[in-house]
Each structure stands twice: as structure tokens, then as C-alpha cells.
Design a protein around this ligand. Structure first.
Ligand SMILES: C[S@@+](CC[C@H](N)C(=O)[O-])C[C@H]1O[C@@H](n2cnc3c(N)ncnc32)[C@H](O)[C@@H]1O
Length: 202
């Protein structure tokens, strides 16, 4: 079993990261639609992988600044090789602090790679977001989505937490978030959809 960072560094080296943009794109567009304040906004992509979402957001008309953070140096190298305009940093999300707090943080398919996802959600709420800022998280790997139960063994990763929707909601509600809402986008037979949770910092 490998750490999540080792697994994704190998994906970046082998080119398997390209599939993430393809597989996550539709749900992430729904996540972007949940952010209404699209004028002059600042943004962080937490666990940006090869940076595809940073590049997408940076082209949005109202975007003032967007930063990508990822713990995998191979992902960050790839992101930088594809984009010399935006900033990408290689850090564990738990130890990184932005120099300026931002309006919105997006994170797709990342938080269940933490043993205690409540801690990273609280860290982002307290230290990354401005008051009134939003965290919008998307995940396909959650307890009610039974189709994903074999993923941890398939990708041979040490940490991949299988957490119920209500527990994810509690993690948000335990922080300074109000208007916590959840969505399940694009469900189909045997697939419960991408779980998206948003909260607005008080
Ligand atoms: C499934 S990929 C998703 C990447 C990207 N969000 C996307 O949708 O294409 C998960 C990413 O989280 C990163 N990651 C996992 N644990 C991390 C940690 N503790 N700190 C920073 N990044 C982490 C991995 O390196 C990987 O790039």
C-alpha cells in the first residue's frame, strides 16, 4: 500500500492524471455554478492535481487570482509545465497557509485521502477563506455510493476514508460554516452521483 501522494505522483508520471479532468469535468462545472459571486473573485484549488481546474478558472472573466496546491511534486511539475501564468505550490494541504485569504476554495476528490477530513475542512475554513467565502467540495468516494467501495484496494492506497454523507455534513457544520448544503450530481443506476457539499464562512 502506498501513500496518496506516492500514488498520484505515479499517476502524473504515467499520464494517468489526464483521465481525472475527463472524469471530473461535468461535476466540477456544477460546483462552479454554485459560486454566484463571479466578479473579481480569488480562488484556491485544494489538491489541484495537474492543474486543469486552475487553468479553467483562470480563464473565467471574473477571476482575479487562482492558486493550485497539491502534495505531489510530480503533479505540480506537470501543472507548471502546462501553465506559466498561474501559481502552483507543492505542500500538504494541512501545513499550507495562503498569504491572503480567498473568496472560494474548490476541492474535487481530495478530502477522503485524509485520515481525519474534519481537520482539513476546519483548517480551510479558519485559515484560507475570507468571511463570506465558500468551500465547495466534490467527492465520488463516499459510503452510500457502493460502486466505489472497492477503489481503495484497486488503487492500493493507504488512506481512502469511506464516510457517510451525514458525517461529511457534520464536518462542515462543526466549523464556522452556515448555509451548508449537499447535492448529488449525475446519479444513475448503481451510482449515487458526485456528492457536493458547500458552506459559507460566517
Ligand atoms: C484524485 S486526485 C484529484 C486531483 C484534482 N482535484 C482533479 O480533480 O483532477 C487527488 C489529489 O489530491 C492530492 N493529495 C492527496 N492528499 C494530499 C495532501 N495531504 N496534501 C496535498 N495534496 C494531496 C493528490 O496528490 C492528488 O493530486
Amino acid at each position: 500500500m502506498k501513500s496518496p501522494i506516492e500514488v498520484f505522483s505515479n499517476w502524473a508520471i504515467s499520464g494517468k492524471d489526464d483521465g481525472m479532468e475527463k472524469n471530473h469535468f461535468k461535476s466540477v462545472m456544477k460546483m462552479i455554478d454554485l459560486y454566484p459571486n463571479k466578479n473579481n473573485f480569488t480562488c484556491i484549488d485544494a489538491g489541484c492535481g495537474n492543474g486543469w481546474l486552475v487553468r479553467y478558472i483562470s480563464k473565467m472573466k471574473g477571476c482575479k487570482n487562482v492558486i493550485g496546491i497539491d502534495g505531489s511534486i510530480e503533479m505540480i511539475k506537470k501543472a507548471k509545465s502546462l501553465d506559466n501564468k498561474n501559481n502552483y505550490y507543492c505542500y500538504d494541504l494541512l501545513s499550507w497557509l495562503p498569504t491572503q485569504k480567498v473568496d472560494v476554495v474548490f476541492s474535487m476528490e481530495v478530502f477522503y485521502y485524509f485520515k481525519n477530513p474534519n481537520i482539513i475542512i476546519k483548517h480551510i475554513c479558519n485559515n484560507w477563506l475570507k468571511k463570506g467565502g465558500k468551500l465547495i467540495m466534490g467527492i465520488d468516494h463516499y459510503f452510500e455510493n457502493e460502486e466505489c467501495h472497492f477503489w481503495k484496494d484497486k488503487i492500493e492506497v493507504e488512506i481512502m476514508e469511506l464516510i457517510k454523507i451525514n458525517e461529511w455534513l457534520d464536518y462542515f457544520k462543526e466549523c464556522k460554516f452556515k448555509n451548508v448544503k449537499k447535492y448529488q450530481f449525475f446519479p444513475k443506476k448503481n451510482w449515487k452521483g458526485t456528492l457536493v457539499i458547500e458552506g459559507t464562512k460566517v
